[in-house]
Design a protein around this ligand. Structure first.
Ligand code: IPE
Ligand code: IPE
Ligand code: MG
Length: 251
């Protein structure tokens, strides 16, 4: 962990890997008498702000939940606008990510997206593949249960082909096939929008993650709010099953 200065100039430890459930766009718009999609559009500014801030703070990986496997259940028009917005943002922002040495990745089942969107994602991943300042992963058509199931399927295939024994299967092996396992452990999971649930996000990866919930709606969550979440994280004591004394090095 590195040391950084936050707004209150206390030295704090930076989380290596932060994930965000970017929730509350629809309510943000409705509170202003606008349609839900206006909130999604406004939310793009928060994405930009958090990516920039995370990079400045030295976060190594930022994972954003943009569209869950359950979000297909929303009204067709909203899903359509979300897909268009995804393409619009990709076309506008990828160059900037590349300039800032950020590696872009999408996790989730991409096969359900239009071929145009799949191509745009592939191009962005290819362009930025050697960047190493930070990894920005966008979870799209992602579900934590899907992630565990797809890893299981790959391992079952290896067993069927006789490449591994069933007894070789352990947490480490499963982990290798789960998304994001090439990145640092997930340190901090932020959820905006005032709800206290994980909504099928990073189920496997969040085993020892610190959770940070805020009532702020996603379009309101800007740079300062990100700082605040990181500052809160730095004051948490992570025990990983041990006692507080052990962690402090007293016993
Ligand atoms: C999160 O905001 C964005 C997506 C799920 C795509 P919501 O659209 O869920 O906003 P609320 O929760 O209805 O306010
Ligand atoms: C979670 O938000 C998914 C994303 C932010 C992309 P939802 O708005 O879909 O979650 P629920 O339905 O309130 O649990
Ligand atoms: Mg929501």
């Amino acid at each position: 962990m590195t040391t950084i200065d936050t707004q209150n100039s206390e030295p704090v430890s930076t989380p290596q890997h932060v994930a965000i459930i970017m929730d509350g766009n629809g309510r943000w718009a409705q509170l202003r008498g606008k349609g839900r999609v206006a909130g999604h559009r406004e939310g793009v500014k928060s994405v930009r702000a958090c990516v920039t801030r995370a990079r400045e703070l030295g976060v190594k990986a930022l994972t954003l939940f943009a569209f869950s496997s359950e979000n297909w259940l929303r009204p067709e028009e909203e899903v359509k606008v979300l897909m268009e917005l995804f393409m619009f943002v990709l076309s506008r922002e990828v160059k900037r990510l590349h300039k800032n040495n950020i590696k872009f990745e999408v996790i989730g089942d991409k096969s359900r997206f239009s071929s145009k969107l799949q191509n745009m994602i592939n191009d962005a991943e290819q362009l930025t593949r050697n960047n190493d300042a930070m990894v920005l992963s966008i979870a799209a058509n992602y579900g934590g249960r899907w992630d565990i199931a797809q890893a299981t399927k790959k391992i079952a295939q290896l067993a069927l082909e006789g490449k591994i024994n069933v007894d070789d299967i352990d947490e480490q092996m499963l982990n290798n096939y789960i998304n994001l396992s090439h990145l640092p452990e997930l340190d901090l999971l932020i959820r905006t929008g005032g709800d206290y649930r994980i909504s099928n996000f990073l189920l496997w990866q969040s085993a020892y993650t610190e959770f940070y919930f805020t009532d702020q709606l996603w379009p309101e969550f800007q740079s300062d709010a990100f700082n605040q979440a990181v500052a809160t994280f730095s004051n948490r004591e992570r025990r990983f099953g041990k006692t507080g004394e052990q962690v402090k090095g007293i016993k």
